[in-house]
Write a protein of this length. Structure first.
Ligand code: SAM
Length: 471
């Protein structure tokens, strides 16, 4: 049987026999197996044999031949590969051709690589950009690459942005990444979130987890129209983005809501909030990362299927809604997550490691929580997971729509700091009363402030004053 070890031995002892080994294979699978297991090739490997395989009818064989030709880095191979490229229909093979020519890092191939920038497949274009970036100091190359900041494909634009346009620095935060301002630590402000945020400096919070008002579905928030509601949330999340530290996360919990019909001659209307809000977020500084589904037991949700159970008539099917969404976004940056992780000291990373038993899928089965005062509170388990998975100990967790304060209490429980806003007096007072019992822990005491008190605290924070001078 053909094995990797056998191919390796042949390569060491009788390299000349490899072409005949390939020819002797009965099927394409065998040829690919040999080609994929050749590993490093000596300079004197029979390149003409590989050239012959470029004419093979199977794209995977052509691709593997191109890959091996690339390893040899023969100066003449660029022309041969370019000739193949001109008529190659398979985009994976075309991409491999660009990669193989790029591997030579030879400025003589510049014009060939430039011609790849016109490829119809953005993956091929991105590969060509990467190959050309090796010559970024070459004035002509830079002149050609820079305008690709307007390329229709977003991946291509991102590479160009990172290379030529990113300032590669934070936009105004003066504190180290892992730290925040004292006047924000364990604070609840009783005010409209947009008023509160005016006082908060850029790059202050590490994580935002929130459940916004449900359009007009509950009594605590009334908006003149659905569009006005979306515009309001957009403003909140633009401001949230500004106060978020570079590359950190926003997790928004929403679900479609239903407005009951106004009479029997009208239908009820359903608003798909997570889907309608999403485009505003990604247009305004947030990068989409994940969608997590919060799955609730059927017995805990409103019964919508009842009518259908009786009549069974198609079109009248109305499933019970047992899910909500946790949409995960990251503040757009060209820095990798690794950069964020490296901003913490060894001890903090160690203490923050997520223990065994964590959720491995994006479907989180959690029972909802019912509260006698607030009609839409987070279950503590939901907050725990979000805070543990998306923040480090000592981080500042923000909830613009504090409600009964579950995010704050859970953050404190997990050795994080919190900063919340809540505009309704009754919920603010409720939060205060709940915190009294749970604030016996060590650490920074929770404080409940009016907007005026909060503004004063902000003015007295020396770091914030310095940050204003910087901006
Ligand atoms: C869905 S509830 C959040 C519940 C919270 N997650 C909890 O666990 O208790 C939304 C909250 O946002 C508050 N809210 C609505 N508009 C606001 C605004 N403009 N500024 C601050 N809070 C607001 C509401 O009063 C309500 O308590």
């Amino acid at each position: 049987m053909l094995t990797k070890q056998y191919i390796n031995e042949l390569k060491q002892n009788n390299m000349g026999a490899i072409p005949s080994l390939i020819v002797s294979q009965k099927d394409a699978g065998g040829i690919n197996f040999v080609l994929e297991n050749l590993g490093r090739l000596p300079k004197n490997f029979d390149i003409d044999f590989l050239y012959k395989l470029l004419k093979h009818e199977r794209p995977q064989i052509r691709l593997n031949a191109v890959k091996n030709i690339g390893k040899l880095k023969h100066s003449g191979s660029a022309k041969v590969l370019f000739d193949l490229y001109k008529n190659e229909k398979d985009t994976a093979v075309r991409r491999e051709i660009v990669s193989s020519i790029g591997r030579q890092r030879d400025i003589k191939n510049k014009s060939i690589l430039i011609s790849f920038l016109r490829d119809a497949d953005p993956k091929v274009v991105c590969q060509a950009i990467r190959a050309l970036l090796v010559f970024e100091k070459d004035a002509e190359t830079e002149k050609i690459l820079r305008p690709l900041i307007n390329h229709p494909n977003e991946m291509a634009r991102t590479i160009i942005y990172k290379e030529f346009f990113s300032k590669n620095g934070s936009n105004g935060g003066i504190l180290p990444h892992s730290q925040t301002y004292n006047f924000l630590k364990n604070i609840v402000v009783k005010a409209d979130v947009l008023e509160t945020l005016k006082v908060v400096p850029d790059e202050s919070v590490h994580l935002t987890f929130t459940s916004p008002p449900y359009y007009n579905a509950r009594d605590y928030s009334i908006y003149p129209s659905y569009q006005a509601y979306l515009d309001f949330l957009t403003k909140v999340f633009i401001e949230t983005c500004r106060i978020t530290k570079e590359g950190r996360f926003l997790i928004v919990n929403t679900s479609p809501v239903i407005m009951p019909r106004i009479s029997r001659s009208h239908s009820s209307k359903r608003y798909p909030i997570p889907f309608d809000l999403h485009p505003y977020l990604v247009k305004n500084g947030w990068e989409f990362i994940d969608d997590i589904v919060w799955l609730k037991p059927e017995a805990s949700v409103k019964n919508r299927i009842g009518g259908f159970m009786q009549h069974r008539k198609p079109l009248g099917y109305k499933p019970n809604s047992v899910t909500e969404y946790l949409m995960v976004y990251r503040k757009a940056t060209d820095k990798l997550l690794d950069w964020n992780m490296r901003s913490y000291d060894y001890e903090t990373v160690k203490k923050s490691k997520v223990a065994d038993g964590y959720e491995t899928t994006n479907v989180w089965k959690i029972d909802p929580c019912f509260d006698k005062v607030h009609s839409a509170v987070f279950p503590v388990e939901l907050c725990k997971r979000v805070i543990e998975y998306y923040s480090y100990k000592g981080d500042l967790v923000f909830d613009p729509f504090g409600g009964s304060g579950t995010v704050g209490r859970t953050a404190k429980l997990l050795d994080r700091l919190f900063f919340l806003t809540e505009k309704e007096e009754k919920y603010f007072e409720y939060m205060k009363s709940k915190t009294k019992n749970s604030d016996l822990f060590e650490g920074i005491k929770s404080r409940f402030l009016t907007l005026e008190e909060f503004k004063k605290e902000a003015e007295n924070d020396a770091d914030r004053t310095n940050s204003k001078k910087h901006n």
